[in-house]
Design a protein around this ligand. Structure first.
Ligand code: SF4
Length: 247
C-alpha cells in the first residue's frame, strides 16, 4: 500500500472513531414512547374523567402541608384507609415537625404500628421533621429538590406534596396511574418515570392540575388491577386495552 492510500485510510478510521462515541450516545438515549391516543382522544378522555369527578381530592386525611407529607410517606405500600385510621390519633397530638420530634420515635412507632414498614417509616418521619426544623424553619418547602432531600421522600412523594399542598401541576405516578396509562395507551411507559414524562408531554395544560387524581381514582375504582370494570368505564371506547372486550 502506498503512503497516500495509507494516509487516507488512517484519516477515515480517525473520523469513524470520533463519530462512534456520539453514535453510541444517541443509541443509549432511548426515545420516549408515544401515546397511542390521538390529541383529540386525550382531550375527550380527560373531559369525561373531569365530568365524573369535577373536584377530585386526595383520599388521605391531612391538616396542613406537614401532615400531608407525613401521610404520603406512610402511604407507601399501604392503603389510604389504613393510613387515615392511624393518622387521626397521630395528627391530633403531632401536626407540626416540632410536635413530632417531641413525640419521639418510640411513641410514633406505637401509633403507626398497623401500617406496613412502620419501623422504617417512624425513623424517617422523625428524621425529616428534624431536617425541616433545621433547614426550613419547620415549614415544608415548595421545592422538588428540597423535598427529595428529606429522609424517606422520593420523586412520587414530592410530586404529591407539590400538587396537593401547593397546587403545582405535577403528576405522581403510582401503581394505579401506571396501570391505567399503560392499559389505555395514554402513556405506555416501561417504568413510572417514563409514564410521568409521557403524561407531561401529552396531557393538555387545562387538565394538568387534576390529571393525577383523575387517573388514580379511575384506577382505584374502575380500572382495577384484577378485573377492570370495563362495562362501567366512561372511556371504554377510547381505551386500547386488548383484554377489555372479554371483561
Ligand atoms: S375500558 Fe377497561 S381497561 Fe380500559 S380504561 Fe376502562 S376499565 Fe380500564
Amino acid at each position: 500500500m502506498d503512503a497516500t492510500k495509507r494516509n487516507k485510510r488512517a484519516r477515515k478510521s480517525d473520523k469513524s472513531a470520533k463519530a462512534r462515541p456520539a453514535a453510541r450516545g444517541r443509541a443509549r438515549k432511548r426515545r420516549l414512547p408515544r401515546s397511542r391516543l390521538s390529541p383529540e382522544e386525550i382531550e375527550t378522555l380527560f373531559e369525561r374523567l373531569a365530568a365524573e369527578r369535577p373536584a377530585p381530592k386526595s383520599e388521605l386525611e391531612y391538616h396542613n402541608p406537614f401532615t400531608l407529607l407525613v401521610a404520603v410517606v406512610l402511604s407507601a405500600q399501604a392503603t389510604d384507609a389504613g393510613v387515615n385510621k392511624a393518622t387521626r390519633a397521630l395528627f391530633a397530638v403531632a401536626d407540626t415537625p416540632q410536635k413530632m420530634v417531641a413525640l419521639g420515635e418510640e411513641r410514633l412507632r406505637e401509633m403507626i404500628k398497623t401500617i406496613g414498614l412502620y419501623r422504617n417509616k417512624a425513623k424517617n418521619i422523625i428524621a425529616l421533621s428534624e431536617k425541616l426544623i433545621a433547614d426550613h424553619d419547620g415549614e415544608v418547602p415548595r421545592d422538588r429538590a428540597a423535598l427529595e432531600a428529606l429522609p424517606g421522600v422520593g420523586r412520587k412523594t414530592a410530586n404529591v406534596v407539590l400538587n396537593v399542598a401547593f397546587g403545582e401541576p405535577t403528576i405522581a405516578v403510582d401503581t394505579h396511574i401506571f396501570r391505567v396509562a399503560n392499559r389505555t395507551g395514554l402513556a405506555p411507559g416501561k417504568d413510572p418515570r417514563e409514564v410521568e414524562a409521557i403524561l407531561e408531554r401529552v396531557v393538555p395544560e387545562r387538565f394538568r392540575l387534576h390529571c393525577h387524581h383523575w387517573l388514580i381514582l379511575h384506577g382505584r375504582y374502575v380500572c382495577v388491577a384484577r378485573k377492570p370494570r370495563c362495562g362501567a368505564c366512561v372511556i371504554a371506547d377510547i381505551c386500547r386495552w386488548d383484554g377489555k372486550a372479554s371483561s
